[in-house]
Design a protein around this ligand. Structure first.
Ligand code: DC
Length: 222
């Protein structure tokens, strides 16, 4: 069977995951959040006390690491060595480690085939940083979502404050800027649009407006 892929890339906080999930739901495709895979590796590294400058130790750890995705009630759950870590990966510390480890070729290679296999077996809406450029260059529709850093940090802050009342906006903003820098300046598969990506800026949109906008673009192009 020939499957259809929709690639949605962009920086943290641009609205990728909520928008992609909704588009997938509307079309009856599965939603694949590839950031969760890098976060699972990041969590593994944090738990093992390994930093990313020790590439040998990272490589050793990957030999005994198993990451996969399962769907429970249509929701993506990320498994690290057989344990569901879907909640544990959503901390600022794991976000930063995910960004750092995602610059390592060994980590990107480790996760590439899993992502492509999902797209071979299912119709997917896949979100990430390099989906249109590297993972699925033949995706039928490619969208690059952006928004200015302050707007993205404000959205992220609203999510994080629910879990940690002491979180500071300035810290959320500077973490996000650091991740933007890491993700777009790494040597392999940096965050960038493909030549044929459709650029969408969500700065002044409510989430609902962005969902409608992207859903319309996708319906038109399919
Ligand atoms: O989408 P996210 O914020 O959950 O992603 C966490 C980190 O993973 C992000 O800072 C960079 C990395 N990542 C990547 O390098 N390539 C992807 N396709 C998805 C995420």
């Amino acid at each position: 069977m020939n499957t259809i892929a929709i690639a949605i890339d962009g920086p943290a906080g641009a609205g990728k995951s909520t928008i992609s999930r909704k588009v997938a739901e509307t079309l009856g495709y599965i939603y694949v959040d590839t950031g969760a895979l890098y976060r699972a590796i990041g969590l593994g590294l944090v738990a093992a006390g390994i930093d990313t400058d020790n590439t040998e130790a990272v490589e050793e750890l990957l030999k005994t690491t198993k990451v996969n995705i399962v769907y429970i009630d249509n929701e993506q759950r990320v498994m690290l060595n057989g344990k569901d870590v879907s909640e544990k990966i959503r901390t600022p510390q794991v976000s930063m480690m995910a960004s750092k480890c995602s610059a390592l070729p060994v980590v990107r290679t480790f996760l590439l085939e899993l992502q492509r296999k999902l797209a071979r077996e299912h119709n997917v809406v896949m979100d990430g940083r390099d989906i249109a450029t590297v993972v699925l260059p033949d995706a039928k529709i490619k969208i690059f979502l952006t928004a200015d850093a302050n707007a993205r940090a404000a959205r992220r802050y609203d999510e994080l404050i629910l879990k940690d009342p002491n979180i500071k906006f300035e810290d959320v903003l500077s973490d996000l800027q650091q991740r933007d820098y890491n993700d777009s300046h790494r040597a392999i598969a940096p965050l960038k649009p493909a030549e044929d990506s459709i650029m969408v800026d969500t700065t002044d949109n409510t989430l609902q407006q962005s969902i409608e906008l992207i859903t319309n673009i996708v319906k038109q192009k399919l």
